[in-house]
Design a protein around this ligand. Structure first.
Ligand code: NAG
Ligand code: NAG
Ligand code: NAG
Length: 312
């Protein structure tokens, strides 16, 4: 409350003075949002992978990676509970935002000048080129350089690694996938590019997509909750998620298709991954969950979870 009041006291005199001929924009110091997409206004208005004419400006629409996957995990533990790396109670965790090509194939580690992954996986590209492991400062320092404590806080709650620090996972996702997503190309940012702005923007975009698909809540709303006593069927999971997203996502299972672990939501994107609209589509990959056997959606133990939701 104190901060809100302080904000008002600063803002009011500025608004008043704008009446006297000053630009309210410059006085209120609205930050510029990058990249500058003014040039995209002349591009074809279509969803990615649905254009009938060639997309010339690849800063405007993810090209060729226009089949965009927003991916999540259901994990039971992190392996680093003692260090305080815990899972968010009542939520799946963010895996990534992947640019598949329109036919479902995909590129990876597309720009070694933005290779921040300390342990690349795979270690080589399909043509045999070794992906150089990164040894510089953690991507966490990039986020701090931009003063985005809010972003770091959110990522630390919802973007959780297994058996290694979260920031290694964040670096992996950027380097493997965002470098193959044309709308995050450094060239799109023009002369005002501030190093690592693309990294920040990718994390923000991945979070926005993640928030579009609240898997835990969508399942819970039809009574599908984690349980070590009851099993579910693949179609129960699929129907619940389809009822809320309009499409059937990919569901990934371990242990011969009997333990639910992953979900991938597919979409075509109108505009950029940064700011555009995601249209949810059916999975193009067959589920690895059994269509006949009962499926476990296991409950986590209390020591692997913590409460993360802010009170609204
Ligand atoms: C964005 O780019 C256009 C040219 O494409 C330019 O005219 C405009 O001034 C730029 N806007 C900002 C805020 O830099
Ligand atoms: C859309 O444009 C891209 C590149 O500009 C092209 O490779 C792709 O084939 C086009 N897609 C369709 C469905 O026409
Ligand atoms: C539920 O079962 C799984 C698989 O055996 C186990 O890892 C997990 O700890 C169990 N959860 C609880 C709350 O006991």
């Amino acid at each position: 409350m104190a901060t809100m009041l302080a904000g008002l006291m600063v803002a009011l005199p500025l608004l008043t003075s704008s009446v006297a001929g000053f630009s309210p924009r410059s006085l209120l110091q609205v930050p510029n949002t990058y990249p500058n997409l003014t040039a995209c206004l002349s591009q074809p208005l279509t969803y990615s992978c649905e254009n009938t004419t060639v997309i010339e400006d690849t800063c405007c629409s993810p090209t060729p990676g226009g089949l965009v996957l927003s991916t999540q995990f259901w994990s039971l533990n992190t392996g680093l509970e003692k260090e305080g790396q815990l899972l968010p109670k009542g939520s799946w965790t963010l895996h990534g935002l992947w640019p598949d090509n329109c036919d479902g194939s995909f590129g990876q580690y597309c720009d070694f000048s933005r290779q921040f992954d300390p342990s690349p996986s795979p270690s080589k590209l399909p043509d045999g080129t070794v992906i150089p492991p990164y040894k510089g400062p953690s991507v966490e320092t990039f986020i701090l350089e931009f003063g985005r404590l809010d972003l770091l806080d959110y990522m630390s709650k919802y973007w959780i690694n297994q058996g290694a620090p979260n920031s290694d996972f964040w670096a992996h996702e950027f380097s493997k996938h965002a470098t193959c997503t044309s709308t995050f190309d450094v060239a799109c940012y023009g002369p005002d590019y501030k190093q690592h702005q693309d990294v920040i923007d990718f994390y923000l975009a991945a979070i926005r997509a993640f928030q579009e698909y609240p898997t835990f809540d969508m399942l819970a709303s039809v009574g599908i909750v984690p349980s070590n006593k009851t099993t579910y069927t693949l179609s129960q999971f699929q129907n619940a998620l389809k009822a809320q997203t309009g499409a059937t996502p990919y569901l990934g299972c371990g242990s011969d298709g009997t333990v639910l672990q992953e979900v991938w939501y597919y979409s075509h994107v109108f505009g950029t991954e940064q700011f555009g609209h995601y249209k949810t589509l059916d999975s193009v990959d067959p589920s690895t969950c059994s269509s006949t056997a009962p499926i476990w959606y296991y409950e986590r133990e209390a020591f692997s979870e913590h409460e993360v939701r802010n009170t609204i």
